[in-house]
Design a protein around this ligand. Sequence first.
Ligand code: BGC
Length: 745
Amino acid sequence: MRRFMLLLVAAAAVAGLTRATADVAQAASCPWMNAAQPPSVRAGELLAAMSLANKISMVTGGVRFRGENPNIGSPAYTAAIPSLCVPALVMNDGSNGIGDEQKLTTAFPDTISLAATWEPQLAQQYGQALGGEAFAKGVNVLLAPGVDIARNPLGGRNFEYLGEDPFLTGQLAAAMVGGIQSRDVISTVKHFALDDQETNRNTDSSDASERTMQEIDLPAFDVAAHAGAGAVMCAYNRINSVYACESPYTLEQVLDDQFAFTGFTMSDWHATHSTAPSADTGLDLEMPAGEKYYGAALQAAVTKGQVSEATLNGMVYRILCSMFRVGLFDHVPSEGQQAAATTATNAESIATATQIAENGTVLLKNANAVLPLGSAPGKRIAVFGPAAGGFGAALASQGYGSGHVPVLWYQPGIVPPFQAIAARAARAGDTATYSEGYNLQEASTQAAGASVAVVFVNDVETEGADRPSLEAKMGTCSFVLPFLMPNSCIYFGPNQNTLVSAVAAANPHTIVVVQSGDPIAMPWLEQVQGVVENWYPGQVDGNSIAPILFGDVDPSGKLPITFPGRLSEDSLQSAAQYPGVIEAGDSVGPHSLYSEELLVGYKWYDGEGIPPLFPFGFGLSYTTFGYSGLSVTSSGDGAVATFTLANTGSRPGADTAQVYVGMPASTGEPPRQLKGFSKLSLNPGQSQTVSIPLSATSFAHWETSSRQWVVSGGSYQIYVGDSSRDLPLQASLELPSSELGAGVY
Ligand code: BGC
C-alpha cells in the first residue's frame, strides 16, 4: 500500500505538482525513505547522515506565521532539510478546529462539548476530521488535545480540555489521538503538566504531592501516551518549583521511565528556560523560535561539551522516530499558497461537528416537561440574548486564545441560534421573534405575548486569563484587538441575569440556553422551567440547539464538570490553593498549593458532603431510564460490572451508564471515582444487558513510598447509575492486596 502511495507521489513529481516531488526525486539518495523498514531503523539511518547543523535545526522551532514559514496561517514550524528528504514540521493549534490564522477550516465545538458526549468513538471520529483538515492545510503536527484537569471552575482554558475527571479525559484523549494520527498528522498532548490556571501561568508553581499528580493530573497523559501520541507539549508553569520544560520528575521519571513514551517533547511557546538543563532533562524541541536556548546556543553548548552529542542525538532520534511512525515522511502535505487556498472544511466535518454539539448538549432542568416544544402548530417563540443573533453568535460560540478558530472573518457558515430556531419554527407552523434584550421593558412585553421564551446566556472565556467569577458575562477576548488587550476580555451586552429574571417574570415557560465552557452561577434557576447547557458549539451553533429544543434530537450529554452550588463557591479554594501566594525566597512567582489533593471536582463535593448545583455526570433526557440487576465478578486481574439498562419512557433516547469505585477507607481515596462508562441508545421499552470492564488499576491507588500502583486488600464498592450523585445500583467486591508496578495506569 505504501509502495503504491510512493508511486502516486512519484507520478505527481513528474507533473511537478507538489513539495513531495522534490523529496521523492531525492529518495534514491535517502535510503531511509524505504517505508518497508521499521521507523526505528529509518530514524537511525537518517540520524547517522545528519551534520551537527542538521540536528540543531531539527530541535529548534522557526519563526511564526509568515516569513520563512512554509505554511501560511500556522504559528510555527521546524525547517525542512530537502537534501536529506526531511519534511518540515508544520504546527498548528487544533483543539477546537484548525485555527490560528488558517482560513476555510471547520470551527468545531470546543473540546468540553466533546467531553460532555462521553463518546470515545465520536472522539476518534473527531480526531480523524481534525487530522484530515490539518493535512489539507499543510499541517502535519496538530497541537491537540489538551488534557489538563479542570481543577477550578474559573479556569480560563477549561473549555479546551475534557473536564475534571482523569478517567473520562484519558479515554476521550486517547481516542482523539488515534483519530488525528490516522491522517498522517502527529498529535501533541498538552500541557504537561499541572497547567491548571491562567493567572500567573508563566511563573506560577503548581505544588502537588506525588500521589496527587499520579492520580489526578498525569493519568490522562499516560493513557494518551500509550495510545501512541507522537508528541507531548510541556507547560508554562512550574511544578513543585521547577519549570515544567526542565522538570526531571515529570519529563524523566514519569514520561520516559514510567510511561515509556516513544514520541518527542516540545515546549509550549516560549516555555523553555535553559539550554543544558532542558536538553539533559528531555526537552527535545524548543518552540516557537530557537533564538534563545536552543539553535545557536545549543550548538555552542554541544561544541563546548556542555551538552553531549549523545544527548542531542537522542533528542533528534525521538523526533525522527515519531515522524516516521506517524507517516510524515511518506505523506507530505502541500504548502504555501496551495495549502492556504485549500478548502479543508467539508460536509463530513460539519456533520461530525453537529453530532458533537448535539450529543454534548446537557439538559439540566425540564420542569413540567417544558421541553421539547410541543408539536401543535401556532406557538409564538420569543428568543432573547445577543448570543442568539448574527454578530453575537460569532462572538459567543467559541472560547478564545490559541484554541479559537477565526469564524468571524474567515470561516464559512456560522448558523446563529435565532436563524436556526426561526427556520425550524416555520417548518412546525410556529413563529419566532428575536430581541437582543438590552431594553428590559421591551423584552418583558415580547415575552408576555409569547407561548414560550428562550433566553441565550453566554459566558466569554479565554486562554491567558481566568474568569473573574462564576457569573456569566458576555463579551469578547484578545483575538479582536490582540495588541491592545492581550490575554484579556472586555464585557458588554445586557446584564444577562437581569434579562432572564425579567423574561421569566413575564412568561412562566422560560427556557435558558447557556453557552459557556465552564459552569456558571444560575441565580434565576428557580424562576425558569428549562435550562440547557449547549457549551461552545462552534460554527454549527443554532443547528445544534434548534433540534434539541424541538425534540428532533434527544439531549444525551452528561456534565464532565461539576456545577458549584452557590455563587460563593467560586472561592471554594483558599488563596493558597488558587491563585497561589508568594513564598519567601522565591522571586520567580507564586505557588498554588494542591492541598485538596485527590478531592478535585465531584470528589471534593462527595468528600465534603456538599451538594453541588448539578453533579458531575448529570444530564436529563426527554425519556427516562432504569437500572437493575448489578453483578460484579472478577475477570483477569480486574473485574466486570454487569447490569441491565432500560428505557422506561416513551421516546427513544441515549443514556450514559457510569461505574464508580469506592475503595476501602484505609486507602484514603475519595468516596467514589469514575472507572468505567458506556453510552447506549435505546427505544422506548427496550432494555439491554451492559458489561463494563474494570481494569486492575480501577482498584489501585498510588503508593509514593514504593512508587507504584497498589491494591489494598479489602472490600471495594461498585456503584452504577447515570450521574455521580444518582447511583441506584451497588455491589461489593473483595480483593486481595497486590502490587501492580508503575507503568500500568
Ligand atoms: C498555548 C499553546 C499553543 C501555543 C501555540 C501557547 O500560548 O499555551 O496551547 O499550542 O501557544 O499557539
